[in-house]
Design a protein around this ligand. Structure first.
Ligand SMILES: [Zn+2]
Length: 289
């Protein structure tokens, strides 16, 4: 029996990175306060305090602005994935442009950090709609896993698998965890992790780890930055999802996550593949005995 663990993912973007204008305009980085360093330090400290390591899905345009910060994440023992060349949704791009953004984004993050990038998460879980097959570009470009398909309405499709599986022989999919609340299914990250009763969340998190579910927890470092400005011109829904429960979230997470064994997505996949290889070897031995 392997050690129980839960994958941890962090989407490395700034406080204003919504997927709608003016936040995803090409010049958005020039118009909003840069608070990424502060948020990154808060997230690194949280991980250090609870002994967690994670996979940071990084925006390549932010990596260009903060190469030293990117290397600091790596030197703290975390892994890096790609969150996009910019924070533009995948389905807002044609397939050729999307492929090119993967090539450029992966190369940029690897060159700036010296670390290998094996995983991808699309901004706002956007491998959906006309981009639902775009994941097929990933294996040929050196990616071994994706974590962009949320089994939820609006952000994805409730009929998609809730547990990790192979989208192709050489590509894992690790969907984020969701929580049933009566007739509703909600994301088990972001606003719900910030506002739902702790007993409910603790029970669910413990069960996910005990099951070795492989569903990655999700944190945006900006969620720890309590003093961030209000989002100008954002919809009510965006404001709620972005700001509800921000006050005190760092100490809430220290309590909710401190008993968990949080590891990078790569580590969870490696453990699965080792277990599968051992099982195959056992079956072969039994067949020959
Ligand atoms: Zn994002």
């Amino acid at each position: 029996m392997s050690e129980a663990r839960l994958p941890l993912s962090l989407d490395w973007e700034d406080w204003f990175h919504l997927c709608c204008p003016p936040f995803d305009n090409a010049d958005a980085l020039d118009h909003f306060e840069d608070r990424l360093e502060r948020a990154t330090e808060l997230a690194l400290q949280l991980c250090s305090d609870i002994g967690a390591k994670g996979t940071w899905f990084c925006l390549a345009d932010q990596a260009k602005r903060h190469p030293a910060l990117l290397r600091r994440i790596v030197s703290n023992g975390h892994r890096l994935g790609l969150h996009g060349l910019t924070h533009q949704r995948a389905f807002a791009q044609d397939r050729a442009s999307f492929r090119q953004s993967l090539v450029e984004g992966k190369a940029l993050i690897e060159d700036l950090s010296g670390a290998r990038v094996l995983g991808f998460r699309a901004p706002e879980w956007s491998l959906r709609n006309n981009a639902s097959e775009y994941w097929q570009e990933l294996p040929g470009l050196g990616f071994t896993f994706d974590s962009s398909r949320a089994p939820l309405k609006v952000l994805g499709d409730p009929s998609w698998p809730r547990r990790p599986f192979r989208l192709a022989s050489d590509l894992w999919e690790l969907p984020p965890p969701v929580l049933g609340l009566g007739p509703l299914t909600v994301p088990l990250w972001g606003w719900s992790m910030r506002v739902l009763p702790k007993f409910l969340l603790t029970a669910e998190l413990d069960a996910l780890q005990a099951e070795d579910s492989g569903t990655p927890l999700v944190l945006h470092p900006w969620e720890l930055d309590e003093d961030q400005p209000l989002l100008p011109k954002a919809s009510w829904g965006h404001r709620f999802a972005h700001r509800a429960g921000l006050r005190g979230y760092g100490s809430r997470l220290r309590k909710l996550w401190s008993g968990l064994n949080l590891v990078p997505l790569e580590s969870w996949i490696e453990a699965q593949e080792i277990a599968e290889a051992a099982e195959s070897a056992l079956v072969l031995r039994e067949a020959h005995s």
